[in-house]
Ligand binder design. Sequence first.
Ligand SMILES: Cc1ncc(COP(=O)(O)O)c(C=O)c1O
Length: 458
Amino acid sequence: MSKTSALRVVGDDASSTAIPNDLQAFWMPFTANRSFKARPRMVARAKDMYYFTPEGKPILDATAGLWCSNAGHNRDPIVQAIQKQAAELDFSPSFQFGHPKAFELASRIAALAPNDLDHVFFCNSGSEAADTALKMAMAYWNARGKGAKTRLIGRERGYHGVGFGGISVGGIVPNRRFFGALLAGTDHLPHTYDREKQAFSKGEPEWGAHLADELERIVALHDAATIAAVMVEPMAGSTGVLPAPKGYLKRLREICDKHDILLIFDEVITGFGRLGAPFASERYGVTPDLLTFAKGVTNAAAPMGGVIARKHIHDAFMTGPDHIVELFHGYTYSAHPLACAAGLATLDLYRDEGLFEKSKAMEPIWADAVFDGLKDKPGVLDIRQVGLTAAIDIASWKDAPGKRAFVAMDKAFHDEGMMIRTSGDCLVVTPPLIMSESDAGQIVEKLARVIDATAMPA
Ligand SMILES: Cc1ncc(COP(=O)(O)O)c(C=O)c1O
């Protein structure tokens, strides 16, 4: 059989799109491949709040892509910045050489970050950012002469991407169980969700700050002299939106300080406005030692991630002979010129359109729309929300966990023209920050219809 797939072309103008006839070669990530290929959910173009199928049907983006296109899609200043950069400097190595936009973007990100989070290390994804932060934490203690501090503490239900560091510290079972013994020397805090105590909380739940005290138990077991860092998401996103209980993150910070343990916030989702501030760290008034970011930094128009380090972390490495590399870590594409250009244009757009402030102002309107529109729908077991996010737990179909949400996601796309995400039997929406009140209303109405339509198995 020929390995060349034929293409079918839809449309006869500038917006014409080629549709592949053969979907087999692309092994899709985190996807039910066979279901997708039997009934594809294909998008070919995007603008602002909408994707468009190859046939031109609009799809309301209730997910900001993958929690990443915070300013909406194909924004002109970002597109133009990437085009200009591609024609000017396509690539330059960041090992021992530099290009101006990398330094400019690092300064801009450091200026947005709270307190003395002053130094930015670039990589290309959230997974790389997570593994970079974990490695930095271990190397930091080594540089400080405390090389026994190597243990890494994460949290049940945490998601830190798919590298071996991230899945070891992360706590999403299917992401871990097929991959052997993972990193040695990790442990996990309990997750912070209890439906009985927290159901239908708007924003941060009242119950659960005490769960941070579990860190004391872990320290007692392993001894602080062996622990490098604790890594958590300020809001656990991928597991279905678990906002930090009120006071939880402050308590974690206090316990880390007491025992000389670094605190890492994974802000890959919460960074760049999702929770109504440049970083969740600011919303909660808690400064971690290391903060990871990705996604929204470039509005997802080019891959980029990174770690912001506090001054004392960075400075601990700046010793020894000055011709020697201080941190043996980096990626060919760290601070890629196209990503830096996209990042600078994105930060300008966030500033010029006041998108973080807009996100903050929109939060109560969004929360009311979601709770009022969905809490009485059939089989809705809980709704969680913080910032411009929402997760709706729906009752599973008998003997088919996850199937109802999967069908709801498929129906949302094909019947309602809307993109949503799922996590088990949980529907997750995280719209672009440019969402209007009317967009919010539409998202809720469409969700209500797919929840109704999946109340009983077909
Ligand atoms: C908190 C968090 N960390 C890390 C990642 C991994 O990012 P990436 O898929 O860019 O590797 C994600 C992705 O959703 C995330 O939500």
